[in-house]
Design a protein around this ligand. Sequence first.
Ligand code: SAM
Length: 219
Amino acid sequence: MSNLLDNVGQAVKSAISGVVPEAVRARIRPYRKTDISQEQWDQDYAQGKWQHLDNVRQLAHYSVIMGYYLYYRPNSSVLDIGCGHGVLQRRLDAVSYARYVGVDTSQSAIDQASTESDLKTQFFCADAESYIPSGTFDVLIFNESLYYFLSPMDGFTRLARYLSPGGVVIVSMYQKENSRVIWRSLNRIAHPADAVRVINRDGGVWDVKVFPIGNIGGR
Ligand SMILES: C[S@@+](CC[C@H](N)C(=O)[O-])C[C@H]1O[C@@H](n2cnc3c(N)ncnc32)[C@H](O)[C@@H]1O
């Protein structure tokens, strides 16, 4: 019976793909997270596979994030969600902040980032989809992390509740199928004050958007 249903499902999919153009199918495809296991993240960070994020060809999207930070809330408190091994923390430290908290699900990434811990800088290994921040923050940053979430919209709206008055959320995502789905969903509940697209010389494309607290619904 289940074989029969699988075959029927496959036949329906083929029939749809024959008549519905790919551009339309892409718009109705459901969100699917980029699936990397906890073990894989730890192994990748331990082996230095994310070191390339320090590379000059990644600079443009970090620079836009930094620009929004400096424009809206310089020297403020920052929650960096999916902070990895601390690339953004080091850039923010160079221009100064009052408080920085980085959260990442990979213990290996947090171990590496934690070499920069001090009185105003803390790193926590936690799943951002259930993490409860201590206090509120002026700036929330989702830098290349939302598309690893099971429910990015729930994660975004839940954590946006920890914004201080006058705060902003900055989101950066590499352009790929699931990030397009997330942007479409985000557009329904939040309006960016600005959005920038950067393309590096390898043809990698990132969209970076900034959302002031007053432009975020559903909080
Ligand atoms: C592409 S890396 C980007 C890291 C960092 N934002 C940077 O630019 O250096 C994505 C990061 O998101 C983290 N991540 C994925 N899912 C997460 C979750 N549910 N909670 C916290 N961190 C998560 C991964 O461990 C990884 O470090």
